[in-house]
Design a protein around this ligand. Structure first.
Ligand SMILES: [Mg+2]
Length: 160
């Protein structure tokens, strides 16, 4: 449940071709530290370009634990469906799947955190994809969580 199906070196590797080869027809995308450096509201230009290309071929739904006001500003600028706060890993994924109108096995859940994105995506039977965090948070709590995540930051059955 804690292992992702795939680990990518960067979000930029998640292309329509990569998704298509795995039978994936939609994406549920995390925001903080996946698309957006934590605490910022400006998406890096390379990621903006990547998202613009992806969304022309694959529906993308933003699912975030961010506070609603901040999420609304970013989501409004992008014009993508989504909602926050999602209370991942327990809540939000079924609503996202319903909005996409796809069965879980055809949806990639993409994020930077094992205990929210990966666990939540696995619990609903989606195809989970772990990417490295864009920026480490400074809080002790998050550093502690990262330490706990370490054994799971590889695909199920993949090398340590
Ligand atoms: Mg995140």
């Amino acid at each position: 449940m804690f292992f992702p199906r795939a680990v990518l070196p960067s979000l930029l590797h998640l292309t329509p071709a990569w998704l298509g080869a795995r039978g994936l027809k939609g994406v549920i995308l995390d925001l903080d530290n996946t698309l957006l450096p934590y605490g910022e509201e400006e998406i890096p230009s390379a990621y903006r370009d990547w998202l613009e290309r992806l969304r022309t071929e694959v529906p993308v739904y933003l699912l975030s634990n961010a506070l609603p006001e901040r999420f609304a500003r970013v989501q409004g600028a992008l014009g993508l469906p989504g909602h926050a706060p999602a209370l991942k890993p327990w809540l939000g994924f079924r609503r996202a799947l319903k909005a996409l109108g796809l069965p879980p096995r055809q949806v990639a859940v993409v994020g930077d955190q094992v205990f929210t994105d990966v666990l939540g995506g696995n619990l609903v039977g989606a195809y989970t994809v772990l990417v490295p965090p864009l920026r480490e948070r400074e809080f002790f709590y998050t550093r502690f969580i990262r330490l706990l995540e370490t054994p799971f930051r590889r695909p199920w059955g993949g090398p340590l």
